[in-house]
Design a binder for this molecule. Structure first.
Ligand code: ADP
Ligand code: MG
Length: 403
């Protein structure tokens, strides 16, 4: 009930005015001509009753929610969970798409590139096993895609570590006490926050730097690849009239630029903290745009709930994201965003077709009935007939072509 679409709410408000007005018209038709113009009572009671039958709003009241049910059903068949008709309606209006990088545009499965151990304290100098061990231990409790990839690759080195007091720095990294020493693992921002001098890596990729409270230890560099469908999804969004497609990321500038170019995005903002992502989306909304935001919800659940429509990646995403989002994609295919918009637009088209068609036919029959041209049969067509046609039309929301 809470997530009824605006159109449904409008219909409810509309009924509040509509019902007394049409009842008034019918009563006026029955009373005024016989009383003041010497009309035949039988004839005008008949016309008044026809007017009541014509104006019965079933066609709209039934077909509008039904169209939304159809749209929601089509979405769920495609693996898109939409949490209410109002989101379907807003989705059809979205003109700016904002995307998180990791896990949304890119796969979120990081491939190890290289490890650079600066002040090498490693026991095993050859492959910096000690550094990898510390970072893997710090990342053990994090759910970030980087953390998952690190644990997958090097988790076994850290099996014997005792990890306590783990902390998460949203948009920056993590920290934990490993075997009694506090370590930090994250991006440049985290190193700057801790205040240890560090050297930025020259390698292309997402870097995870590691330090203690006083000393920089080194970094490992990972590369994330763009999802195979991202480019096509963005192109199709542009083609459908989406004005801008923008990427927000907490990652480095160079990677953001590279991924944005590969995905065909209109722009990107890098090195953002979660709250800065919210500000970017708010700025777009203040410019009058209806903003769609797609993310995995790790560090971006606030944006998901702030955007006009928040779309969460359901497979890779966090529970917080699935909770905060309006739309959940059951697998993380970005093309599903295109599908959802297509379905929502078709659904809204059907809703408006039904409203205009029903009100149009009713207005015509009302006038014809009052003039005595239309009889009760026509009135019944304007009521039940129009309703059946509107319902059949609403069922089209179940069939969306070329998804
Ligand atoms: P995005 O989803 O755009 O990559 P996030 O806000 O999730 O943005 O993360 C921003 C950056 O913070 C990441 O690119 C990474 O450098 C760093 N980061 C976040 N979480 C971790 C973590 N668990 N381990 C290491 N680095 C992290
Ligand atoms: Mg993210």
């Amino acid at each position: 009930q809470d997530s009824k679409s605006h159109t449904e709410k409008f219909i409810t408000r509309f009924a509040r005015i509509y019902t007394p007005i049409v009842c008034g018209i019918a009563l006026a038709l029955v009373l005024i001509p016989p009383l003041f113009f010497g009309g035949d009572w039988h004839e005008w009671i008949y016309r008044g009753l026809s007017a009541l039958v014509v104006s019965c709003p079933c066609a709209i009241v039934i077909s509008v929610p039904l169209s939304f049910f159809g749209g929601l059903g089509t979405c769920s068949r495609e693996g898109i969970l939409v949490k209410g008709a109002d989101h379907l309606e807003t989705l059809a209006r979205c003109d700016v798409g904002v995307f998180d990088k990791t896990g949304t545009i890119t796969s979120g499965k990081f491939e190890f590139v290289r490890c650079e151990c600066v002040h090498c304290h490693c026991i095993d100098k050859h492959n910096h096993r000690e550094l990898l061990r510390i970072i893997a231990a710090c990342e053990r409790l994090s759910t970030h895609p980087i953390a998952k990839s690190i644990c997958l690759a090097f988790g076994q080195f850290a099996d014997d570590c005792v990890v306590t007091d783990a902390k998460n720095y949203a948009g920056m990294g993590v920290s934990a006490v490993v075997d009694g020493v506090r370590y930090y693992a994250g991006n440049e921002k985290l190193m700057q926050k801790i205040g240890v001098p560090f050297t930025e890596t020259q390698l292309v990729g997402t870097a995870v730097y590691c330090c203690t409270d006083t000393e920089f230890l080194g970094d490992i560099v990972f590369a994330d690849i763009i999802k195979t469908d991202s480019r096509e999804a963005i192109d199709r969004l542009h083609h459908m009239g989406m004005k801008q497609a923008i990427m927000l990321t907490g990652d480095r500038e160079s990677i953001a630029a590279d991924i944005a170019a590969k995905a065909g995005l209109d722009g990107y903002y890098a090195k953002l903290l979660p709250e800065e992502k919210v500000q970017r989306v708010q700025a777009l909304q203040q410019q009058g745009h209806t903003v769609l935001y797609a993310g995995d919800g790790i560090n971006d659940a606030p944006v998901l709930s702030r955007a006009d429509v928040g779309i969460a990646m359901g497979a890779l995403g966090s529970d917080a994201a699935i909770e905060a989002a309006d739309v959940v994609l059951m697998d993380d295919d970005p093309k599903k965003i295109v599908k959802a918009i297509k379905i929502s637009r078709k659904c809204m088209r059907i809703v408006y077709e039904n409203i205009y068609f029903a009100l149009g036919i009713k207005a015509i029959c009302l006038v014809l009935g009052a003039l005595g041209i239309a009889n009760m049969w026509m009135a019944i067509f304007a009521d039940v007939g129009v309703m059946v046609i509107a319902v059949l039309n609403a069922i089209r929301a179940l069939f969306v072509k070329n998804l």
